[in-house]
Design a protein around this ligand. Structure first.
Ligand code: FMN
Length: 217
């Protein structure tokens, strides 16, 4: 299998630069692969250097290396749909955002853009992973409340997502359902749908119309 996997790059994405071009979210990971401390630090540094509103840096990452206590905590809280593939990844970063300035429910918001900023930091981490020959797959399917309690998350923060990072694995080593996940078509709304050339009603008119899978000319 190519290191990019069967899903990348998609038609329409060929013009993107690496690591954007070959980024996608595989579900088959090599459960023997491990990351060094330096590699984990580098992934975290990519998130650390992401921009944020007023440089508020509202992010925290719980590092869950396969085999660690944090990993066991996470695995126990995964949704059924994610429990087959997430545990095999080398490391999972569980993202949290500081949303309040104090523990009280009515404490002032920490930043109006905290969720935006954590998403952006996570995106930077996933792209750094690609430059290191790794893949990343973000997920929200887990018991947020239960895991927040296990991780002793303070009331100033909320858990958002997991970012599973690792090396693509051999599909013959996983169950059929997990292997099949990596053959699902990747589709996107067209640029005419997601962009506006003027006010709301005025769609952007890309040179190539339609989604990548519609066989545009
Ligand atoms: C916030 C967020 C939550 C997601 N939750 C899940 C999830 O619980 N399980 C899963 O398998 N994938 C999950 N995904 C992955 C998306 O399904 C995936 O990114 C999307 O289908 C696009 O595919 P691509 O990343 O390969 O381009 C999530 C992605 C994001 C950004």
């Amino acid at each position: 299998m190519s290191s990019e996997g069967p899903q990348a790059p998609r038609p329409g994405a060929e013009g993107l630069s690496e690591p954007l071009r070959s980024r996608w979210s595989p579900s088959v990971y090599d459960d023997q692969h491990t990351l060094s401390r330096a590699e984990i630090d580098l992934l975290l540094a990519a998130a650390q250097w992401a921009p944020s509103a007023g440089n508020s840096q509202p992010w925290v990452f719980f590092v869950c290396e396969r085999g660690s206590a944090n990993h066991a905590r996470l695995v126990a809280r995964l949704s059924r749909g994610n429990s087959g593939w997430v545990p095999r990844a080398s490391v999972v970063f569980v993202t949290a955002a500081q949303v309040r300035t104090g523990d009280e429910d009515d404490a002032p918001a920490y930043s109006d853009y905290a969720l935006y900023d954590v998403g952006q930091a996570a995106a930077h981490l996933t792209l750094q992973a690609r430059t290191m020959g790794l893949h990343a797959h973000q997920f929200a399917g887990f018991d947020h409340e239960g895991l927040a309690s296990d991780l002793e998350l303070p009331a100033t923060h909320v858990l958002l997502t997991g970012v599973a990072v690792g090396m693509q694995g051999d599909p013959s080593t996983v169950d059929e359902r997990t292997a099949a996940r990596d053959h699902k078509a990747r589709v996107r709304r067209g640029l005419d749908e997601i962009a506006r050339a003027g006010a709301w009603q005025e769609s952007w008119r890309p040179i190539r119309i339609g989604t990548p899978d519609e066989g545009q000319t």
